[in-house]
Design a protein around this ligand. Structure first.
Ligand code: AMP
Length: 460
């Protein structure tokens, strides 16, 4: 199967070819012909499957075949709306629109919160065909009547499950109410909770259905390894591995933002260029770090789980879990950053005695055991005993003593029943502890509210 077999127009094929792709991924091979027919689509696909081109390419073609209505000033209205859960994903999708649409004459724009409204208003005024947006900021604009969605021909909900996990359902519903009833709607989601099914029932009209393998079933392309290490040796093991293996593009995960900062500083001191991204950093700092990392100017990007959402880098070769996540599903998301679209990748986890329980949960979820490999010269100290892991105000992990896993709080405040799966990365977005999880401890996460002190409503 080649891109040329899918019924795409020449300017799109040329752009795809120039971008270096010739074989469509499974989701592209199925979604492109289906979307070209003009029908609705419900697609089960995660980031990393090539889903973005799966909807952007046929969407561009459909737009090129119809003539838009013009407003009184002769500008074309917003014809396509793509909703995404995060700013990073919104930016990446819009970049794809520009890449694949480079030989066409559509204008596109991305809208998200955390940056000034006025430049967005100015740009909207000049006329935009394709708008990629996060729901909150989009509604801010709609409220101020700085945009008009009444002529949208194609709607895409990208990563709909994450959108709902992040508490955006009310906002999504408000956006849907602003759209014309007659349109083509495409819904992409990695998982299908009842909420997603309800949304699909309400939005989609006799949709085509596509499901490509979930990442945790296709992990064969990702070589996973655990390095058992002593607690205090992790920093040095990481420096050693990066230097010894000449890794030049490594995404490293920590559980907390302070840990991310400290680790980035340690790497810098060891002569490895590194930056941390997390919710406390400004959007500009995050975009800059991501762009330097993507272009190979930065060897290591240290990220917390929430900050890393939506990061999409072509063929990222190495992901390191400097600390294992306390939410096992996050492991799957983390390692899904490598081994993408058919290229092999390596996912390394540095695990100390405190994290044995997390590792067991992860292995239960992915239904396989991850090979252990001791790094010569860094043999773990077998006399080390598990200590509690402190996550913000929570105490979790093997050494959490009489509190057990996930229940204990140093200060006696139980944080709204958040349990051990909470996060302490004070990212603007709320906790996504409500992810519809397939894992054995899924029940524990139900009703996971944002920890005390954090806003209960999604930041725009
Ligand atoms: P996505 O799932 O859309 O986030 O895409 C995942 C990654 O696969 C992105 O880095 C794309 O650039 C890459 N990709 C998309 N389509 C193809 C293709 N047909 N061949 C190779 N890589 C692709």
């Amino acid at each position: 199967m080649k891109f040329t077999d899918l019924g795409l127009a020449e300017p799109l094929l040329r752009a795809v070819h120039e971008h270096g792709y010739d074989t469509p991924t499974p989701i592209q091979a199925q979604a492109i012909p289906m979307v070209l027919t003009g029908g609705d689509l419900l697609a089960g696909a995660q980031t990393g499957t090539g889903k973005t081109a799966g909807f952007v390419l046929p969407m561009l073609q459909r737009l090129s075949l119809s003539t838009p209505a013009k407003d009184s000033r002769g500008r074309s209205p917003i014809r396509c709306l793509i909703l995404t859960p995060t700013r990073e994903l919104a930016a990446q999708v819009e970049e794809s629109v520009r890449i694949y649409g480079k030989h066409m004459r559509f204008s596109s724009m991305v809208i998200f919160g955390g940056v000034g409204m006025q430049p967005q208003i100015d740009k909207l005024r000049r006329g935009v065909d394709i708008l990629v947006a996060t729901p909150g900021r989009l509604l801010d604009h709609a409220g101020q009547r700085t945009l008009d969605l009444s002529h949208v021909e194609i709607l895409v909900l990208d990563e709909a499950d994450r959108m709902l996990d992040m508490g955006f359902l009310p906002d999504v519903k408000k956006v849907l109410a602003l759209l014309p009833p007659k349109k083509q709607s495409l819904l992409f989601s990695a998982t299908f909770s009842d909420e997603i099914k309800n949304l699909a029932d309400r939005l989609l009209n006799n949709p085509g259905l596509i499901e490509v393998a979930r990442r945790n079933q296709t992990a064969e392309l990702i070589e996973q390894k655990v390095h058992p290490v002593s607690r205090e040796a992790k920093k040095d093991v990481l420096v050693h591995l990066i230097k010894k293996n000449d890794w030049d593009q490594v995404l490293v995960f920590t559980r907390m933002k302070h840990g991310a900062n400290r680790l980035a500083e340690h790497l810098e001191k060891a002569g490895i260029s590194a930056m941390a991204i997390h919710g406390n950093k400004s959007q500009t700092a995050r975009t800059k770090a991501l762009s330097e990392f993507k272009h190979g100017d930065l060897e290591v990007l240290v990220a917390t789980d929430i900050a890393a959402r939506g990061i999409d880098i072509d063929q990222l070769p190495h992901v390191v879990n400097y600390e294992l996540p306390n939410v096992p599903e996050d492991y799957v998301h983390r390692i899904g950053r490598t081994g993408r679209a058919g290229t092999p990748g390596e996912a390394i986890s540095l695990v100390c005695v405190d994290e044995e329980g997390f590792l067991r949960d992860i292995e239960r979820l992915i239904k396989r055991s991850i090979p252990r490999e001791i790094v010569p010269g860094f043999e773990p100290d077998t006399s080390e005993r598990a200590e509690p892991i402190v996550l913000g105000r929570m105490v979790i992990g093997e050494g959490a003593g009489r509190f057990g896993r996930g229940g204990g709080h140093r200060n006696g405040n139980n944080g709204g029943g958040h349990g051990g799966r909470g996060r302490s990365d004070a990212h603007p977005a709320p906790s996504h502890g409500q992810r519809p999880a397939a894992g054995p401890r899924a029940g524990a996460s139900r009703g996971g509210r944002p920890p005390a002190g954090r806003s209960g409503s999604p930041k725009r």
